[in-house]
Design a protein around this ligand. Structure first.
Ligand code: GDP
Ligand code: ZN
Length: 363
């Protein structure tokens, strides 16, 4: 018998009779892979719950759900339990176009930390780091910055210093899977029952790190889908990986394609969280309606002049604020339609597209 607590589960509501809590370990089209007290099972969504008048959010990898276990067949997923954190994206193919198009789709749920990964060679980019930090705070989890390929860095301490300057209070760990550097420092974030997701652009070393932590190659084989050449996906079926340490790593195709502002509930607040140094200055300007352009007594301009805030960081802040506002407005319109659309989403198409690799934005 498996104790689901080892999978990070805490009971927040009693399951009904003949109902079991379970965690989603993989999503394949309309079929879900689950772990529950009896081991690994497969499940399908209960139609009346997920396609009814007030549909539950579709479960994703990492979700805790209630199931009615069926022996020798697919179990029935009857409820998605509230999430403590999640990433989602707006799937432009998910909804019925005539009814608004987009459908919100969670791609990972119930993780404690986000490993924000950037490589110390060509990929190192502070502005992108600020974006990732914003997304992470907004997801409900805690960020940890992993600077990969430390063995290739030409100026490690300068780069760490630059990251520290824009991410006060965030743990920053430089790693190398070649030299083994920094890997020990990851253990405190990989405690038993805790779940982590890897975020970072292609090539930063997510698969390599996962393989290293797993102690075996779980993320190497990639193949072209035979039914259409658009999608590349891994042959590995698992998407929630249990590390030897007892911690979990979520690695889903969806995570790798996450649009920057797809999940934008509370986004402006998250931007504020990342730029507390700047927001502290905002209240100090002489005029309360200061535009921070060339007004006298502008605290922001003074901070930029004195070098407390760099011009680039200020520009980055303004840009993210504007984008967040735009995204939230757009989101509000979509949100109203989204719940309605779920019930009429074209199921197989949605699932097929969800598996595929497409990016709405490259960053
Ligand atoms: P992903 O796309 O984020 O999953 O990145 P991969 O794990 O596939 O790694 C991309 C490339 O970076 C591969 O050629 C890896 O061998 C290389 N790589 C990953 N980690 C390190 C590292 O710590 N040091 C060096 N030198 N190369 C690395
Ligand atoms: Zn000002």
């Amino acid at each position: 018998m498996i104790d689901l607590k080892q999978y990070g589960y805490t009971e927040t509501e009693k399951p009904g009779e003949r109902t079991l809590p379970a965690r989603i370990t993989a999503v394949h089209r309309e079929r879900y892979e689950l772990i529950c007290q009896d081991g690994t099972l497969h499940g399908k969504l209960k139609t009346s719950v997920y396609y009814g008048r007030e549909p539950h959010p579709f479960p994703t990898v990492g979700d805790y759900v209630f199931i009615n276990a069926v022996e020798g067949g697919d179990s029935q997923i009857v409820k998605t339990l509230p999430r403590r954190s999640y990433f989602s994206r707006l799937d432009p193919y998910g909804g019925d176009r005539e009814h608004g198009g987009y459908l919100e789709q969670a791609v990972a749920a119930n993780f404690d930390t986000v490993f924000i990964m950037q490589s110390l060679n060509q990929n190192f980019n502070l502005r992108r780091l600020e974006r990732y930090l914003t997304m992470t705070w907004q997801s409900g989890a805690v960020p940890v910055i992993i600077l990969t390929k430390a063995d290739l860095s030409e100026d490690l301490y300068r780069q760490i210093g630059e990251a520290e300057a824009i991410a006060a209070g965030v743990d920053i760990i430089a790693t190398s899977i070649k030299s083994g550097e920094g890997l020990d420092s990851l253990t405190k974030h990989l405690q038993p029952g805790k779940t982590c997701v890897f975020m970072g652009s292609s090539g930063v070393g997510k698969s390599s790190l996962l393989n290293t932590l797993m102690g075996e190659d779980v993320m190497t084989v990639k193949e072209i889908r035979e039914d259409d050449a658009r999608g590349r996906h891994t042959t590995t079926h698992r998407q929630l990986f249990k590390l030897p340490s007892g911690a979990f790593v979520i690695d889903t195709p969806g995570m790798r394609e996450l649009g920057i502002w797809d999940n934008n509930d509370g986004l402006t607040e998250a931007v504020s969280e990342v730029f507390t140094d700047i927001e502290e200055q905002l209240g100090m300007c002489k005029f309360s309606d200061c535009k921070h352009e060339s007004e006298p007594g502008c605290a922001v301009n003074a901070a930029i002049k004195s070098g407390d805030i760099t011009q680039k960081r200020w520009d980055s802040y303004m840009k993210l604020k504007r984008e967040a506002l735009y995204a939230e407005n757009k989101r509000e319109a979509i949100r109203k339609k989204s719940a309605k659309n779920q019930g009429i989403a074209i199921w197989s198409k949605r699932q097929r597209l969800a598996d595929e690799t497409y990016r709405k934005e490259t960053w």
